[in-house]
Design a protein around this ligand. Structure first.
Ligand code: HEM
Ligand SMILES: [Cu+2]
Length: 590
């Protein structure tokens, strides 16, 4: 077979087989300090991963507590967590504890898990490698982002765990400025976390602008990078508004300056405008990276070039920009003018168009694909199903005729869980399974990972679908007790949440097991064409010992499956070794 060697690469009759240079893993070497003060984007990504997963565990346990309370119409479960005053269970204190539990759950999930999950943890790991680069543009700023995240998280946690915050994750005024809870500590935590997010955004914008390798034009960039770039734009432009908002809230609360509290001459709806001017774009900080992941995963496991590359790329930018214009849809019932309401409704519909474009293109990519049902793909398919339900129900909430009935009910709770959990979390799991062999150099058990994925999918739907029905029947959100007629659907939802918890636990066990018992991962287990698969698994400290050959990120013809089950290797017909690939496989250029 082997005709002649050419350095590490060697010739075969069909072309040159590319062999990635191997070297010591980035995971080894140095003590704990070499991790805490590392400038290596991969180590920073792994530390973020540990951080966000810890937050997710905490948020998840709280969610199960909340669902357990909702198993029955009466307040009963939370009486176990409060001091009893007399013979009777202390219902009032139990209700307060319930308020604290769902506030903690929401705040931890949004600020400590979902927002940093894909960009900061996984994005940090893959972004430079997808560019064929050795690191991000500002490695020190990257480390500072992570340290700020830790400080913000500690601030936030102490605030939340000491006296109990019960404002809901949105900190709506005037309640938040008048309650005795630890609002100031929590909002300062959010302020610090915000800077962590802004720094990551700046770093990614500069990295993508300045560090693309020769030959990687904007329209030859993997779609994950377009998504992270669009996300970074929102992070940089929207997060400062949140920072100012929570600062104003702190000023009002600490110094009694009337800004939001009507008793002091302020305007509470102003707070909602400020808050959602950040937080609606923030939902795109959550979903855009998820869409980027799906745009990478689907073509790899369907073994087909992504359909509609340019549309997907532009729709990320369109979402990022349009996302700034729709915040008023959170205030349809807060007394904003009729004219504003109509305009915000119209704009809300328009922002769903670029999302639909993406779903259409993923579907078209799957069509006639040679589909490999790996766990990562199972999660990606689950994402498409769940995100579509989430997006379509958003249209009911954007319609003035229906939102008045649905606002502040379980319909909204279900809608945002379909997009945030069914969307972002499921895409995060897809990404984690996709890049796991690259990050840790180990293969997990595909069958068990798939069983976990199915459990997550079924558990998720059993938990949240009944909540759409509950919402339309008038079950309001944020109550510990409810009317007896809602019991059946609530009990079903609670049962689903246990199933979901079991699925997530299984997924975690499968991955942790692989670290100890997994087979060594090949450099390219899935036959993906993006550059991060052209370094060894796990990568060396500098990722690439020699600059990788740049081809189209979505052409799989050159990847041959190893007959010994050792992943895929690349065989380049000799005309392609110029470094930019054959003319017929170049996506549209500008
Ligand atoms: C097709 C796109 C979408 C549309 C049309 C849409 C529409 C809406 C509307 C109108 C509301 C306000 C409902 C109300 O309070 O009465 C809402 C709430 C919400 N949406 Fe969406 N949405 C979309 C996508 C998303 C995405 C992608 C996410 C997150 C990843 C998301 C997260 C949320 C959250 C967290 C809330 C509720 C916040 C709260 O009140 O606590 N949405 N959505
Ligand atoms: Cu919104």
């Amino acid at each position: 077979m082997i005709a002649q060697t050419d350095g590490a690469n060697f010739s075969t009759p069909s072309g040159t087989r590319i062999v990635n240079p191997q070297g010591p893993s980035y995971l080894t070497g140095g003590g704990i300090m070499s991790w805490i003060f590392t400038l290596d984007h991969k180590r920073i990504g792994v530390m973020y991963l540990v951080g966000v997963l810890t937050a997710f565990l905490l948020g998840g346990v709280l969610a199960l507590l909340v669902r357990t309370e909702l198993l029955t119409p009466e307040v009963d479960f939370f009486t176990n967590f409060v001091q009893q005053t007399g013979e009777e269970p202390n219902i009032a204190a139990a209700k307060d504890a319930y308020n604290v539990a769902f506030t903690l759950h929401g705040a931890v999930m949004v600020f400590l898990f979902i927002i940093p999950s894909i960009p900061a943890a996984l994005g940090n790991f893959v972004l430079p490698m997808m560019l064929g680069a050795k690191d991000v543009a500002f490695p020190r700023l990257n480390l500072a982002s992570f340290h700020l995240w830790v400080v913000g998280a500690l601030f936030f946690m102490t605030a939340l765990l000491t006296t109990g915050l019960d404002t809901g994750w949105t900190f709506y005024t005037p309640y938040s400025t008048t309650t005795n809870g630890p609002v100031i500590a929590a909002t300062l935590g959010v302020f610090i976390l915000g800077f962590s997010s802004i720094f990551t955004g700046i770093n990614f914008v500069v990295t993508v602008n300045t560090m693309r390798p020769k030959g990687m034009t904007w329209f030859r960039m993997p779609l994950m990078l377009w998504a992270l770039y669009a996300t970074a734009i929102i992070q940089v432009l929207a997060t400062p508004v949140l920072a100012i908002t929570v600062l104003l809230l702190t000023v009002e609360k600490a110094l009694g300056v009337g800004i939001f509290d009507p008793a002091l001459g302020g305007d509470p709806v102003l707070y909602q405008h400020f808050f959602w001017f950040y937080s609606h774009p923030a939902v795109y900080i959550m979903i855009l990276p998820a869409m980027g992941v799906i745009s990478e995963v689907i073509p790899v496991y369907a073994r087909k070039h992504i359909f509609g590359y340019t549309f997907i790329a532009y729709s990320s930018i369109a979402i990022a920009l349009l996302g700034f214009l729709v915040w008023g849809h959170h205030m349809f019932t807060s007394g904003q003018s009729n004219l504003a309401t109509v305009i915000f409704s119209f704009l809300t519909f328009s922002v769903s168009i670029p999302s639909a474009i993406k779903v259409f293109n993923w579907l078209a990519t799957l069509y006639k694909g040679n589909i490999h049902y790996n766990a990562s793909m199972t999660y990606a398919l689950a994402f498409m199903f769940l995100f579509t339900i989430g997006g379509l129900t958003g249209l009911y909430l954007g319609s003035l005729a229906t939102v008045v009935h649905l606002h502040d009910t379980y319909f909204v709770v279900s809608h945002f869980h379909y997009v945030m959990m069914g969307g972002t979390l499921v895409a995060f799991l897809s990404a984690l399974h996709h890049w796991w062999p690259k990050m840790f150099g180990k293969m997990y058990n595909e069958l068990w990972a798939n069983i976990a994925a199915l459990l997550v999918f079924v558990g998720f739907n059993v938990t949240f679908f009944p909540q759409f029905i509950l919402g339309t029947q008038g079950m309001p959100r944020r109550y510990a007790s409810y009317k007896p007629e809602f019991e059946g659907l609530h009990a079903l939802s609670t049962f689903g949440s246990y199933l979901l918890g079991a699925g997530l636990t299984l997924a975690a066990l499968v991955l942790v097991h692989s670290l100890f018992r997994g087979r060594k991962a090949p450099d390219n287990p899935w036959g993906a064409a993006t550059l991060e698969w052209k370094c060894c698994s796990p990568p060396t400290h500098h990722n690439f010992e020699v600059d990788p050959l740049m081809g189209s990120p979505y052409v799989y013809d050159n990847f041959v499956e190893d007959p010994n089950g050792d992943g895929y290797y690349e065989v380049l017909p000799d005309y392609k070794r110029s470094g930019v690939g054959a003319p017929d496989e170049q996506p549209a250029q500008t």
